[in-house]
Design a protein around this ligand. Structure first.
Ligand SMILES: [Fe+2]
Length: 471
């Protein structure tokens, strides 16, 4: 441990400056015969400049990881998204642009009227043959999925500005839904529908006050948002360079969480139902059935603990108290009555995922990162599988000083919702290396299907996507 790396997980945030492309030779176990395709992931690859950590985890530069599963085995590649921020700050070796938390040295004058730089670091989605690298506050960056070369910013002929990092693809229609929030004197949420590269803007929703929102639920009828009272106080102070975006965020527990239902076909009015305040980054899924809306998500009591941990990332002890619990919320659509329950997935629940074929439909299984209930601090070391039908939870423990990332479900058969594997990148703090670990989704508690050891560490990242296409 050093002052710059006070905890085992601190080293997991270390930048990876090199760009690699190689066959992974060190594989223990067998690649399933039906695991073929490309896994793309995104996350902050560079979290420091000139030996100084950035102010916030979300300031890091987007780095794409591509893992290709083919008949020869596993191929690994990582490449930075060529944003203006990455290009110019690499050249200068110092901070030139504002970020989520980072400010340009030089006080108010150096920051006033400077927009936040698009670092394209949050997720990726395949859309109409292209790979889009996503960031919440601006348009996506288009990449060539075969080489990961950046093709340029994609605004869809000027129709997209803020384009969030959690688009949902309807597995039946193939349509992609997403949204963006634009802050100003009037703060608005713009829902989008994207089909074969064509964007349709759905009616814009005026927000009663400027809030940060990261994800949503797609049902067969609605886009559903839970707008917790994490208020941007105020967009003007951010614009004037008086505050970073992060420092402008204020938890206002006196306000409700607003459940916003937007008709996804663009017809009819959106509806807001107020409920007690809570915060979430991520939903597992949701659906409408028998006049009720059901949503599963990692629910935080507020933004206080998680907000501070994200700010401190490398030096946070990542306390479990105040972090999220896997929660099912049921909303009666006629009466507006809200009920909720939690599941026995331990502490510090984050990155819930499902079989993407079940998006918007009734479903049985979710996968989530968590820690056992006696582990009071530290990043997550387990992946849990939840059976919503029986309430059963099964966990995989990765062991001392090993920290998995988002557990992605990949179908490897047609025989039911959990006929597949869970793939996650695990940071091994003792060895300072990362591994790709594959679990059997039917029985994640058992020995991994395979472990593929990389030649280096991959910084702890955010989200990914899988396609059966090989690029
Ligand atoms: Fe996210």
């Amino acid at each position: 441990m050093t002052a710059n790396e006070p905890y085992p997980w601190s080293a997991g945030f270390r930048s990876l400056d090199e760009e690699h492309s190689y066959r992974v030779e060190d594989v223990e176990g067998e690649l399933p015969a039906r695991l073929r395709g490309s896994l793309f992931r995104n996350g902050s690859g560079r979290n420091a400049l000139g030996g100084k950590w950035f102010a916030h985890w979300f300031d890091g530069d987007g780095m794409i990881v591509a893992v290709r599963f083919d008949d020869q085995g596993i191929h690994f590649q990582n490449r930075y998204v060529t944003t203006r921020n990455h290009r110019d700050e690499t050249r200068a070796g110092r901070i030139l642009y504002r970020g989520f938390g980072k400010m340009v040295p030089g006080g108010v004058l150096a920051n006033a009227f400077r927009p936040l730089a698009n670092v394209s670091n949050t997720s990726v989605v395949l859309e109409y043959g292209r790979l889009l690298s996503l960031w919440e506050g601006g348009p996506p960056m288009a990449l060539d999925p075969a080489t990961l070369r950046t093709l340029g910013m994609e605004t869809f002929n000027g129709s997209v500005d803020a384009f969030s990092a959690h688009p949902k693809v309807d597995p039946e229609t193939g349509e992609l839904f997403n949204f963006g929030i634009d802050y100003g004197a009037r703060s608005t949420l713009t829902p989008y529908r994207l089909n074969k590269g064509i964007v349709t803007r759905l009616p814009v929703v005026d927000l009663p006050y400027p809030v940060m929102n990261h994800d949503f639920v797609l049902t067969r009828r609605h886009m559903v948002f839970c707008l917790g009272p994490i208020v941007v106080d105020t967009p003007l102070k951010v614009l004037l360079g008086l505050r970073s975006f992060d420092k402008a965020l204020r938890w206002d527990g006196g306000k409700p969480t607003l459940i916003l239902l937007v008709p996804r076909d663009g017809s009819g009015k959106s509806r807001i139902i107020e409920t007690e305040p809570f915060f979430q980054f991520h939903f597992a899924n949701g659906f409408e059935e028998d006049g009720a809306l059901t949503m599963d998500f990692a629910r935080y009591p507020d933004y206080l603990t998680i907000g501070q941990a994200l700010r401190d990332f490398w030096k946070s002890e990542w306390p479990a108290d105040g972090m999220a619990a896997l929660t099912r919320l049921r909303l009666d659509l006629a009466s507006g009555k809200v009920d909720s329950r939690t599941y026995d997935t331990g502490l510090a629940n984050e990155f819930p995922t499902i079989n993407p074929k079940r998006i918007g439909a009734p479903y049985r299984y979710a996968y989530i990162l968590c820690n056992p209930s006696d582990r009071r601090h530290g990043l997550q070391q387990q992946v849990a599988k939840i059976d919503f039908e029986t309430g059963t939870v099964r966990r995989h423990e990765f062991g001392p000083d090993r920290y998995p990332g988002e557990p992605l479900f990949i179908a490897t058969g047609e025989d039911g919702e959990d006929d597949g594997v869970i793939v996650t990148l695990v940071f091994d703090a003792a060895r300072r290396l990362s591994e790709l670990v594959c679990l059997d989704a039917r029985d994640p508690a058992s020995r991994p299907v395979f472990i593929a050891r990389l030649k280096h560490a991959v910084p702890l990242g955010l989200h990914g996507t899988f396609t059966s296409r090989l690029f």
